[in-house]
Design a protein around this ligand. Sequence first.
Ligand code: SF4
Ligand code: SF4
Length: 347
Amino acid sequence: MSKPKGDKKRWLISQIELETWLDGIANARTLIAPRHVSGIMLYRQVAKSKEIAWHGQAPGSSNAFRPLLSVKEIFFPQTERLFTIQKTGQEIHLKEAFPDWETVVFDVRPCDARGVKLLDALFLDTNPVDAFYARRRENTTLIGLACKELGPTCFCTSVGGAPDDSHDVDIMLYETDGGYLAEAVTEKGRFLIPSGEWKETTASPKQAMDSGQFPVPKKGKWPEHFNDEYWMRMSERCLSCRACAYVCPTCRCFAVRDEVLAPGEFERIRCWDSCAGENYRRVAGGHKPRAEKGERLRNRFFCKYYYYPEQYGLGTVSACTGCGRCIEVCPVGVDITEVLMDLEKSA
Ligand code: SF4
Ligand code: SF4
């Protein structure tokens, strides 16, 4: 189990107390939580706690245990307007569209919180800082929920995570027999806890289950596999559909383009992109640095376990949180755990 840092305060709260608290938050700020949208669970704004897909259960729902897309889209939306451009005669006016609202996200799983921390390495901790991402990070409080059960594709413990890892959230909740144990992890989280209303406790969260581990090739071993025929073979089944990247909490490629809104009015938007796409990184003149599907598939796995950790100084930490979403959505069964085990075997 991940040990809490420093002297953290803890409280025991009932389901009713949790719902009352969340209702209060929803009245004062934007509360985002898992919600069913046409049978799919997504992180969306909720007006009251009754709208939350508690444990993913709801009539007619997919009964998934966590949202299809990770919390990434709250900080780095699928499509976002960066600014609008107005041209009147020879004059051009730019108007930025900075997000400026206080947001609280409820039911953040440890793997997704870790994913946000990994995105910080690019958007926040490296110059130039991404002002849009930074603003959202600053204005957002994360309420985590430790996993009680592991999904069939989870492998967080093999990549350094844990189902009860509280390091990357502001408040952590652990389910107990009668309700929840709440833990203030950061000052930002402490600020959100209602003063004097909850029963303080010295109890510790119970040991979480182990999801079982398998060996993952160490970072230094990856370059040896760069020219393996394996990537071409594996890519034969890939459809270049990009679904794996879109559900991934740490994939962060984007494209920027301008759209016409009206005569003399334009917007600059950025939207998710993926190295799986055939035209990824195509340059003027039509050259594609990764023309073969196998090269693109290889890039995705290298990016998680070698390129990104190397480029952003993550040490032995990989850019994969073991959430397993890419395994669930791939229509042709490309399974990252299979790839990791195959590489480890062939080392
Ligand atoms: S398991 Fe797949 S979706 Fe999840 S972080 Fe790793 S690469 Fe991304
Ligand atoms: S989800 Fe599967 S088929 Fe689609 S791009 Fe990813 S690996 Fe290829």
